[in-house]
Design a protein around this ligand. Structure first.
Ligand code: C2G
Length: 143
């Protein structure tokens, strides 16, 4: 059985997330997702809209995902690869060349898949804020 591992926050789940999970699963038989905890995100200066528990439940509902484990820090990856007998670690191309993943090549295959263009959690947040600003103007009572 070929086992795949990927990492991420997966907040405001979108099509780019679904595509990477689908392509990751297609590379093997069993997909483990290490999901950034709220505490780990805080150390990265990131704050997810959905809590860890909610993001975990949403990932578990996706047919490509077999197991969700917590990502608590940057240093756990070698241990994850050993504990879950991982053959391939898969990330989006924004992580290609990063020292956060390249050293894992000694322990398993490391593959970077093309990021889905035109969508991201930050983009969704920005677009909704813009929309809210426009709607806000429209809702000003006319005199
Ligand atoms: N992704 C993608 N296409 C997009 C957006 C995201 O392929 N349009 C991929 C990212 O490249 C990543 C995964 O979806 O592989 C999850 O993205 P994020 O939730 O943004 O995760 P990130 O903050 O990059 O966390 O240890 C590493 C981190 O936990 C990675």
């Amino acid at each position: 059985m070929k086992r795949i591992l990927t990492y991420g926050t997966f907040d405001l789940l979108h099509y780019g997330h679904i595509r990477i999970l689908k392509r990751a699963k297609e590379m093997g038989d069993y997909l483990v997702v290490a999901l950034s905890t709220d505490e780990f995100n805080a150390t990265k200066g990131k704050k997810a809209y959905h809590s860890y528990e909610t993001r975990k439940k949403m990932l578990e509902a996706i047919r490509y995902v077999d197991l969700v484990i917590p990502e608590n820090n940057w240093e756990q990856k070698i241990q994850d690869i050993k504990d879950y007998k991982i053959d391939v670690c898969v990330m989006g191309s924004d992580w290609a060349g990063s020292d956060k993943f390249d050293y894992l090549k000694e322990y398993c295959d490391v593959v970077f898949l093309e990021r889905t263009p035109g969508i991201s959690t930050s983009q969704i947040k920005n677009d909704l804020q813009l929309q809210e600003a426009v709607d806000g103007v429209d809702q000003v009572p006319r005199t």
